[in-house]
Write a protein that binds this ligand. Structure first.
Ligand code: UDP
Length: 328
């Protein structure tokens, strides 16, 4: 039996790794992507359908053509800096787009939904362990748009029986160790690939966004998860829904936080090269510290990250960085 999964954003960084993991589990990942930030070259594990989340007729046609058993929804604008200056794009693309997708899924009778949410929905909460019960108080429209979609999923569960697994990601890094897919944003805004660019001399120096935070070394602290571990959790989430276990929220983080300076230090030792960096001002919208205190994914889903130590993540990212890229 063909088990199609509609993967929005399947041409993006996390979506492309998810497609690989889905294929390995015997599913057919059907990528739905507008290729605004995704790459045709990254769609390697199933069919691609070009389309925008704002195009409801196109979504309906794709649901009709493939009759997916579930949706994995990765497609989103996801940059904190941009979200601060262009909130309209974030609300329209992320929230209106997701509403279209959810309505199209419900209309097609596709009632299993795995959603990429974010720890940015929590906002800044000093010395509070961020578990799934933590208050959600996002600092930027990116986090706010994701929180709104979480609320939307709950409303559609009540009204239409939509079952969802919501994953609140912490910071995703690393790349497929086989080198088939990896992180490739244009423009790049994320810490690890920017740092690797600086090491390779592809840009002048990394700018550290603020050294006056209330952390031991003054730089922001984040909880980094390997993209392969992250997408493994998505497959477990899908199986959870298929087993009829119902809607659930899971944090995906390791519980260990690293400052920007610590990431720089690890990169120096993994690559054996100097990391050129300069100190800059804070970036608007950044939280001081985002670390997952959650054990729910481990206990309930049986999620066991195997590559999420910082050294392995940076080594995998570095290998991809030196050899992998997409042309279109
Ligand atoms: N960061 C930085 N310089 C950069 C990009 C990011 O200092 O050029 C910091 C940023 O302030 C944050 C951390 O690195 O504390 C991770 O940022 P990223 O954009 O990778 O992910 P986010 O936390 O926004 O999801």
């Amino acid at each position: 039996m063909v088990r199609n999964i509609l993967v929005t954003g399947g041409a993006g960084y996390i979506g492309s790794h998810a497609c690989k993991a889905l294929k390995a589990e015997g599913f057919v990942p059907v990528t739905y992507d507008n290729f605004a930030t995704g790459w045709k070259d990254a769609v390697k594990f199933g069919p691609a359908e070009e389309g925008d989340l704002l195009d409801r007729a196109r979504l309906d046609a794709v649901f009709e053509a493939y009759r997916p058993v579930a949706v994995m929804h990765f497609a989103a604008l996801s940059q904190v800096g941009e979200a601060m200056t262009e909130p309209g794009r974030y609300w329209r693309n992320n929230v209106t787009g997701s509403l279209n997708l959810i309505e199209a899924a419900v209309n097609a009778g596709c009632l299993q939904f795995v959603f990429s949410s974010t720890c940015a929905t929590y906002g800044d909460q000093d010395n509070v362990v961020l578990d799934e019960h933590s208050v959600q108080a996002p600092l930027n429209s990116y986090g706010a748009s994701k929180r709104a979609i979480e609320d939307m999923l709950r409303d559609f569960e009540y009204a239409a029986g939509l079952q969802s697994v919501i994953f609140r990601y912490f910071n995703v890094a690393g790349a497929d160790p086989d080198g088939e897919v990896g992180e490739f944003h244009r423009p790049e805004t994320h810490l690890v690939p920017l740092m690797l660019d600086a090491i390779e001399g592809k840009r002048e120096a990394l700018t550290v966004f603020g050294t006056d935070y209330d952390t031991p070394d003054g730089t922001c602290i984040r909880d980094y998860v390997h993209v392969c571990d992250l997408v493994d959790a998505h497959v477990l989430g899908l199986l959870w829904l298929q087993e009829g276990k119902g809607s659930r929220v899971f944090n995906l983080g390791t519980g260990s936080g690293f400052s920007v300076r610590e990431v720089i230090d690890h990169s120096r030792s993994v690559t054996n090269r100097e990391v050129p960096f300069q100190i800059g001002p804070r970036r608007a919208g950044d939280c001081t510290k985002l670390v997952s205190g959650s054990v729910r994914a481990a206990e309930e889903l049986g999620w066991r990250p195997t590559r999420s130590d910082l050294g392995t993540m940076i080594a995998d990212a570095w290998r991809w960085h030196q050899t992998g890229h997409y042309d279109k």
